[in-house]
Design a protein around this ligand. Structure first.
Ligand code: NCD
Ligand code: ZN
Length: 334
C-alpha cells in the first residue's frame, strides 16, 4: 500500500457538459485538486465564466473531495479586473494564437502583452504559458524558450510556469531562473515521436501538443523528475477528445490520461527505485511554488494489477488495454 498526501494535477482539461461529467470524476478520485485549463469553446476569460465553470466542475465531482484551481484565459486585463480575480484564480493561462486546441483567441503580438504581464508581476498572479512558436513542429518549444527568457529576465518576481515541457533545453532554463517552474506530463515521460508516428500505423491517441520529442529529451525529463527536481510539478495535460475527433482526417491533439495518471506514475517511480521522489513531484513542489494549502486528502494505491479499459464512454484512454501494477483504493471501499 502506498499513501500519497494531497496529490495535485497542475494542468488539466475538463471540457464541459457530458464530457465534463464523464472525465472529471477520474481526477477527483485520484487527486486533491487540479489546475483547470480555460480553453473551452468559448474561452474562460471573465470572472463570471470562471464562477460558472467552477460550479459545473464541483457538481460533476460531487462524489469526491476535490478543489478545482481555476485559471483565466489570457487577454489584456486591466488592473481592476486582475485585483478582483486574484483570490478566485490560481493563475492566468497564455496560449499563442492557434497553437493548439481552442487557442484562436490567444496572443498574436508578444510585445503588446507586456503591460498585462507587468500587472501580473505586481499583483503576484502566476502566468502559465503554453510555450510553442509556430516554427517547425519539433523545434517549437526550443524556439519559444527565448520568450520565456525575456519574461523571466524582465519580470524577475513574476511566477512563471512553462507548461508541459518536452525538451532537455527547457530544463536548463529552470537552473537560470528561480522564478520559473514547469509542469511535466505522464505521456512525455513515456513517449517519443517514434511511438506516435514511427511505426507502421499512426497512433492518433498519442498525438498531442507539444508533440512527443526525441529519446534524449524524454530521458532528460525522466531523470530530472525522478530525482525530485524542485521546480518540476506533475501536470497531466489530460485532454479528452471523443474517438470520432481522434480517429479521422484531422485528428484533434490531446491524450486522455486522467484514469491512469497516478497508478502509472507510481509504476514509473517504482521501476526507477525513486518512490521517495513521488510526493515532491505530485504535491509539495506545486504547493511551495504556488503557495497553496490543498485539501487534506490521502490517496491510497495498492499493488493490484488491472487492465486499462479500451474506452471510457466516447473516449479512449492513454494505455488502453495495458496492464498496470498499481490501482487506486476506492475511497468508499476503505
Ligand atoms: C489540449 C486540448 O486538447 O485542450 N491538447 C493537447 O494536445 N495538449 C490543449 C493543450 O494543452 O495544448
Ligand atoms: Zn493542456
Amino acid at each position: 500500500m502506498l499513501a500519497l498526501h494531497s496529490p495535485l494535477d497542475m494542468h488539466l482539461h475538463l471540457r464541459e457538459q457530458d464530457m465534463l461529467q464523464l472525465v472529471a470524476p477520474f481526477t477527483a478520485q485520484a487527486f486533491a485538486g487540479a489546475v483547470v485549463m480555460p480553453n473551452l469553446v468559448q474561452p474562460v476569460d471573465s470572472l463570471d465564466r470562471v464562477a460558472a465553470y467552477r460550479r459545473a466542475i464541483i457538481e460533476s465531482c460531487s462524489a469526491h473531495p476535490f478543489t478545482p484551481y481555476m485559471t483565466l484565459f489570457f487577454r489584456a486585463f486591466d488592473r481592476e479586473e486582475l485585483v478582483a480575480a486574484r483570490e478566485k484564480i490560481i493563475g492566468i493561462k497564455l496560449y499563442p494564437a492557434g497553437i493548439t486546441t481552442q487557442s484562436e483567441a490567444g496572443v498574436r503580438d508578444f510585445e503588446a502583452i507586456m503591460p498585462t504581464v507587468a500587472l501580473l508581476e505586481e499583483l503576484d498572479i502566476p502566468l502559465l504559458v503554453h510555450g510553442e512558436s509556430n516554427g517547425f513542429v519539433m523545434d517549437r518549444e526550443a524556439e519559444f524558450l527565448q520568450v520565456y527568457k525575456e519574461l523571466a529576465r524582465n519580470f524577475p518576481r513574476l511566477r512563471l510556469v512553462m507548461e508541459h515541457i518536452t525538451t532537455a533545453a527547457a530544463l536548463d532554463l529552470l537552473d537560470q531562473y528561480p522564478n520559473m517552474a514547469a509542469t511535466v506530463t505522464l505521456h512525455h515521460l513515456m513517449l517519443t515521436l517514434d511511438d506516435v508516428a514511427g511505426g507502421g500505423l499512426l497512433q492518433p491517441h498519442l498525438f498531442c501538443k507539444p508533440i512527443a520529442k526525441t529519446p534524449r529529451d524524454r530521458d532528460a525529463l525522466c531523470r530530472a523528475v525522478l530525482r525530485g527536481h524542485p521546480q518540476l510539478m506533475f501536470g497531466s495535460d489530460s485532454a479528452p477528445h471523443p474517438r470520432h475527433a481522434k480517429e479521422c482526417c484531422g485528428c484533434a491533439a490531446g491524450v486522455f490520461s486522467a484514469p491512469v495518471a497516478l497508478p502509472m506514475l507510481t509504476e514509473l517511480f517504482e521501476d526507477a527505485d525513486c518512490l521517495e521522489s513521488l510526493p515532491a513531484f505530485v504535491s509539495s513542489n506545486a504547493t511551495r511554488f504556488y503557495g497553496i494549502t490543498p485539501l487534506d486528502k490521502t490517496v491510497r494505491l495498492q499493488r493490484k494489477t488491472w487492465r486499462v479499459p479500451e474506452n471510457y464512454g466516447s473516449v479512449r484512454p492513454f494505455l488502453a488495454g495495458s496492464q498496470l501494477r498499481w490501482s487506486l483504493v476506492d475511497d468508499a471501499a476503505r
